[in-house]
Design a protein around this ligand. Structure first.
Ligand code: NAP
Length: 322
């Protein structure tokens, strides 16, 4: 089958078309004929080597949509031909066929294959960060960094659906701020000045979504309301992790929490599945939507990676396999 992979870590140019065997679904797994593969920042980090060097050819791709082509032993509740969105904890989505745990293959009731291709990782993460890690409650004020990206644009809408009273975002450029307004933010601020602007307006944050790290994380902590929660779920700035003193947390009633979809997949798959189903039902009902801004061929995956690595992407980027 056709796939795109890499056998050495490096820039987007290490991604190349490869021919590899169709994978076999093991017990508890399903084989999916991929229609769309979402492109995610995590796959950029995979390629760069943050998850270690490849052992042979590594095929990235953490989320896909498509029809089930075969069932592994012991799989119930799914049938060959069913359209699904799937989260692939071990990657493999940039390919004509991919294997997913049956627990993370979600029926696409009322959702198109196109939307489903950018949903299983992105929406599950946005929902899990807000409802799980941050314990969002109705009336909370939320601040979302990388507000125009895949997870950020979904999180803004999910936060509102879960009852947030105010939702602010930050981005790096004025163009992205303008673009992100479509997701219902009360205001989208520039990353360079967000802390000064929000503190000058005396806006305190109950839930702060931080996939950036570094100086941005440090600046965000000072904005937390009493019992406010900052969720660390990424390090897009690729700066060394911060050593944060604990005393300011107790002095100012702050909380720092974390989120990892991969850890949930290993240690709490039922929780992850619950978050995915809740988020997908919001998509099916029209309460939230995906803004798919680019649909590229499989062979053009490196272009999608160029955009995500440079941070010039907006909304959701897909690879179309059909
Ligand atoms: N922990 C988990 O389980 C989990 C799961 C999924 C995603 N994530 C994380 O969530 C974040 C968003 O993921 P996504 O796939 O939806 O990507 P995305 O938001 O569509 O793209 C990444 C964004 O990060 C921002 N960014 C900030 N500093 C950057 C830098 N130095 N280089 C490149 N980008 C930079 C850019 O937005 P600005 O221009 O606004 O800065 C960029 O658009 C990523 O950090 C990802 O690793 C974590």
């Amino acid at each position: 089958m056709r796939a795109v992979g890499f056998d050495v870590n490096g820039g987007p140019e290490v991604l190349r078309p490869v021919e590899i065997p169709v994978p076999e679904p093991g017990p508890g797994q399903v084989l999916i004929q991929v229609a769309y593969a979402g492109v995610n920042h995590g796959e950029v980090l995979h390629r760069l080597g943050d998850y270690g060097p490849p052992d042979g050819i590594a095929v990235p791709g953490l989320e896909v949509s498509g029809e089930i082509a075969a069932l592994g032993a012991g799989v119930t509740g799914l049938a060959v031909g069913d359209p699904v969105a799937a989260y692939l904890p071990d990657g493999g989505g940039y390919a004509e066929y991919a294997v997913a745990p049956a627990d993370f293959a979600f029926p696409l009731d009322g959702i198109s294959l196109r939307d489903g291709g950018g949903a299983a990782l992105v929406l599950t993460t946005a929902y899990g960060v807000l409802a799980g890690a941050a314990r969002l409650t109705a009336g909370d004020t939320v601040l979302i960094h990388a507000a125009a990206g895949g997870v950020g644009s979904a999180a803004a809408q999910i936060a509102r659906a879960l009852g947030a009273a105010a939702v602010y975002g930050t981005v790096r450029t004025a163009e992205k701020a303008e673009y992100a307004k479509r997701f219902g933010y009360d205001a989208v601020l520039l990353r360079e000045t967000f802390a000064e602007e929000l503190s000058a307006a005396r806006t305190e944050i109950d839930v702060l979504l931080d996939p950036i790290g570094g100086a941005t994380r440090q600046a965000g902590l000072s904005l937390l309301a009493p019992f406010g929660r900052l969720v660390a779920y990424g390090e897009a700035a690729r700066q060394p992790d911060l050593t944060l003193p604990v005393l300011p947390f107790s002095r100012h009633n702050r909380s720092l929490t974390g989120y990892s979809v991969h850890d949930l997949a290993l240690r709490a798959p039922a929780v992850l599945r619950g978050h995915a189903l809740a988020a997908l039902s919001l998509l099916a009902s029209g309460a939230i939507r995906l803004d798919i801004t680019a649909e590229l061929s499989l062979a053009a995956a490196f272009q999608a990676h160029q955009a995500l690595q440079a941070g010039t992407n907006r909304g959701k980027v897909l690879l179309a396999l059909t």
